[in-house]
Ligand binder design. Structure first.
Ligand code: NAG
Ligand code: NAG
Ligand code: NAG
Length: 225
């Protein structure tokens, strides 16, 4: 496959924020170790480099090792997270990641507020929409047709925000559906993606999955890697 490229997209729509302590998803590519010293690179990427850097800026990529032990890492927090919460989330992710799928060379973990990944392939590149994690609320909205229309408008707004250069891939908004029901929308790409690539990825999430999984739902998220 041409693009084992970096990609992380968060796209969600929720009525209530969850507490965010446990991973909401994980992915193991079952790519086995070619060299046992890869553990050394994993530790370096996770502990020293990525956690420290991402905790400060909310986003980081890094690499460690060479040849068979060359490993790339990426971490990103939700665009509106404080440095303190970002650091806590990334720290948890870095601890969880190595044990989620042991001796695999491509692992990814999602939390509500951050995402972390490492891989022996270079993560910097095109978007990768080959694997999607979809989470939705099984409850349906009241007045679902109108609700879906409102969701569509809100998601267009937050997508437009996310692809503006100055917003660093992040867009968020709310809509007062009724006096008692507020709809929250959010779209996020990994920070270093070009706006056009970000726009294509967000559009793919909506076109490929929203109709099938999110129709009428009170909450729904599509996450790529
Ligand atoms: C990190 O993990 C600890 C222990 O499991 C948990 O109490 C804490 O809430 C987690 N923090 C985040 C931000 O996920
Ligand atoms: C990796 O292996 C696990 C456990 O055997 C399996 O559940 C998972 O689907 C595999 N992942 C891929 C991408 O093949
Ligand atoms: C919610 O709406 C979806 C999409 O129309 C439908 O498939 C599902 O059965 C509905 N669920 C409930 C609990 O009404």
């Amino acid at each position: 496959m041409a693009s084992l490229g970096l990609y992380h997209l968060l796209f969600f729509l929720i009525l209530q924020l969850s507490t965010g302590d446990d991973p909401i998803g994980q992915y193991c590519d079952n790519k086995s170790f070619k060299n046992n010293n890869l553990h050394v690179s994993i530790n370096a990427v996770l502990a020293d480099d990525l956690t420290a850097k991402a905790s400060i800026g909310g986003f980081a990529t890094t690499s460690s090792g060479h040849g068979d032990t060359l490993l790339y890492g990426l971490a990103q927090c939700r665009g509106d997270l404080s440095a303190e919460h970002c650091s806590a989330c990334i720290t948890n992710a870095s601890k969880a990641l190595p044990s989620l799928c042991p001796i695999q060379a491509d692992e990814r973990v999602w939390y509500d507020y951050c995402f972390m990944r490492y891989d022996t392939s270079n993560l910097v590149g095109d978007s990768d929409t080959s694997y999607a994690l979809i989470l939705y609320n099984v409850e349906n909205a009241t007045d679902p047709e109108e609700f879906d229309k409102e969701v569509g408008l809100l998601m267009s707004e937050v997508r437009a925000m996310a692809v503006k250069q100055e917003n660093g891939g992040f867009g968020k908004g709310t809509s007062e559906f009724t006096p008692l029901v507020t709809i929250y929308g959010l779209a996020q790409c990994t920070r270093h993606l070009r706006p056009l690539t970000c726009a294509q990825c967000l559009s793919s999430a909506v076109e490929e999955y929203f109709a099938e999984y999110c129709t009428h739902r009170k909450g729904c998220r599509v996450l790529y890697i």
